[in-house]
Write a protein that binds this ligand. Sequence first.
Ligand code: FMN
Length: 193
Amino acid sequence: MIGWWNLRRQTNPTPPTQIGIFYGSSTCYTEIAAERIQELLSHRATLHNIAHTALHRCAAYRTLLFGIPTWDYGELQEDWDSRWDELDALELTATDCAIFGLGDQHGYPLWFQDAMGYLHHRLAAQGAKLGGYWPNQGYKFQASKALTADGKQFLGLPLDYENQAELSDQRLRKWLTQLGLLEGAKANTGGAP
Ligand SMILES: Cc1cc2nc3c(=O)[nH]c(=O)nc-3n(C[C@H](O)[C@H](O)[C@H](O)COP(=O)(O)O)c2cc1C
């Protein structure tokens, strides 16, 4: 027998949180970051690996955090590549969005975090209210397509687990605080991240 709660869950697919984290990940670094964000938000966010979840599920959330690594000299990660055309159908005008990117600034300094820039461009075209920009200080790279027009900020939070893993947690805390999703974090609000 189906209880009323299960019946309601079957007929109403509204998730239990208002924050959705959608990410693609080939070697688990973006997944580790996504899981850490969920943990920092005390499980107020629902995780979706886009290898298994279509992007139309974004419609269920008021706040969306997207995790995207850059692969193969400035290319999309394979799951993002597969789902890229699904972005066309998203209506995001009432949605707060922010992106966290994964990249390797020493290994790929000419393409650092490029995919974050591609995704930012696509989300902006769908009307998203984008936040979570991040100063470019504290990174060493030569070029990136994920920078604002003046080159001073990244269009989301760049994480680099290859070279700066030890900085990731404080960057995540500060970024979530900046987005207004985390209160009382011991974030250093001044200076370079
Ligand atoms: C073959 C290869 C190509 C890569 N190309 C880039 C690149 O162009 N730009 C970049 O910033 N990082 C690049 N990276 C680094 C990855 O983005 C980084 O390892 C990331 O953490 C992978 O995330 P994932 O494990 O979630 O897929 C590359 C890594 C590999 C192994």
